[in-house]
Write a protein that binds this ligand. Sequence first.
Ligand code: MV4
Length: 670
Amino acid sequence: MFRKILIANRGEIACRVIRTARRMGVATVAVYSDADAGARHVAMADEAVHIGPAAVRESYLVAEKIIAAAKATGAEAIHPGYGFLSENAGFARACAGAGIVFIGPPVGAIEAMGLKGAAKALMEKAGVPVVPGYHGDDQSPELLAKEAERIGYPVLIKAVAGGGGKGMRRVDAAKDFAAALSGAQREAANAFGDEKVLLEKYLVKPRHIEIQVFADNHGNAVHLFERDCSVQRRHQKVLEEAPAPGMPAEMRKAMGDAAVAAAKAIGYAGAGTVEFIADVSEGLKPDRFYFMEMNTRLQVEHPVTEMITGQDLVEWQLRVAAGETLPLAQDQLAIQGHAVEARVYAEDPVKNFLPSVGTLHRLRAPDENAYVRVDTGVREGDAVTPFYDPMIAKLIVWDQDRKSALRRLRQALGEYQIAGVTTNTAFLMALAGHPAFAEGDLDTGFIDRFRADLIPQQEPAPPEVLALAALAVTLQRRAEVKATTAGDPWSPWAEVNGWRLNDSGMDELIFRERDEDRHCRVEYLPDDELRIIGPEGSLVAEGSMGSDGTLEAVLDGRRVKAGIVRLGDELTILLPGRTHRLTLVDPRRAGDTDEAAGGQLTAPMPGKVVQVLVSEGAKVEKGQALMIIEAMKMEHTITAPARGVVAKLLFSAGDQVPESAVLLGFEVEG
Ligand code: MV4
């Protein structure tokens, strides 16, 4: 076994690899960018090497810097994690050239699977089922049209160099083929520098089912069963589970055998995933699955496989890379129970899943135990930056059966308390609790089909939440008064904002939620009780604030616990599965909302202006697109907050914009 390895990655996967290496007595070296100097993976590793600026192109993607770091620290092997350099054949070759073991498959296997068209042809030859189609070299439009006719509409045009859904076009009838083909070719040329396409029969109800495979350098190969990753949004996986719901044993065996045959056909070694698409228009059938592509790395969703097999796949990777044989043979592997993974992201489902950058002022995760696992790369106080994927954690749950696992998933999601960024936890809870999902009625169109059920409604804070907010503010002011009267002029509350617990036995608080002001009157009753009179009635409240930021309240005799985070006038109230953000408004300034005062629209993150869709002076409707910003390879549309006029444009297409830069001046009508 290696004495020391370097992990060429960041975030949760770097932490995940370090955990297993440490357990195995292998020393670890982390690498980090400027933005990650204080990151969790750096703190966890035995050593760490700085490799450059925050931008991945100048740090985590620079092979030479990583190899130099391995040499400088005496690391014998490099674990690439996923993403970054993990499927870069050039990097794997460079490692070998430097006498360092690449913890991944042979260079030839990475290359064989890199070209999707060639991979399909290779698989077909190895007897692995592929979707009926055409993947020939002749790319003349006439021949392609004839092939489409032969395959039978609907057909799907895919970029040969593609993957991840880029450059795909569905064509339903022969009359649309020529136009769709030239569109797909153009897109493919732009995205991959290769306009070659392949044709496939279009499957109308597909499921994404993938098989985990493992091979060693002694001729052994096994599979560790399947994962179902059908619940995706724009080719991003959202929930993954193992085993696949409703999978017949016969089909599992056929898919496992096909995946092992695929691995053997390319001389595979290490961890790999063979992705299949299953046509479930008539349910799961052993003759209705087709090879899509092979991922030559450890995948994000590997923990669900670990939970149902009891194996540590990173340990397997290290053993195989060190030259050992596979820890177990096929007949020693079995499925136990059911596991589900949810990807907890800093993103706003209401704003079309726009990444939400900011500081994780509070991050409380569910407790880990035999049923609940949390893989994360961030801690409370860390920032979600625009430089990297905004994933906060992977929450993985296990139980004896799927129904129990989903119950645990909902419960664990409800235990998350996150303030400082918007997250998708409510969306994930809605998914995990959706009746159609519970039925196992999955396919890749699931999220789009049930969109309305899944995107959380922005419901106004109920009276109970306003009462919790009022109670928290009042308790804090009391503490503030105590601190000042105790003669501590340095107390943070000694000079807050001119508000004081007044003598009239009553206070007025105004909470702004989005654009609405909610007034609460607080009456001071004996025994530290408060009567809180809100817009929808009154209740009696008392409670205390714990040092961990948990408010333990009694509302009309009912005990309630809530996480409270206060930053200036911003108050976040965290309840199981729900988060409310309120702004405490100074009563003297009540009424002048941002909108009424006219507004400016700011960049959600640093990026580049791709397009300006309006001109100065334009009259626009609420929600109308004004500008498109590209950041982290994603496009974000800046929309009008209300009906009004574009008063001033401050940037034009091609300009770089820093975070929070004012993009344009906006005047609300009326
Ligand atoms: C398909 C398909 C339907 N028919 N191929 C999308 C990404 C790429 N890896 C394969 N993809 C698809 N290929 C045929 N012949 C539908 C998809 C597809 C999809 C596949 C897996 C997971 C999510 C998806 C979402 C949309 C479309």
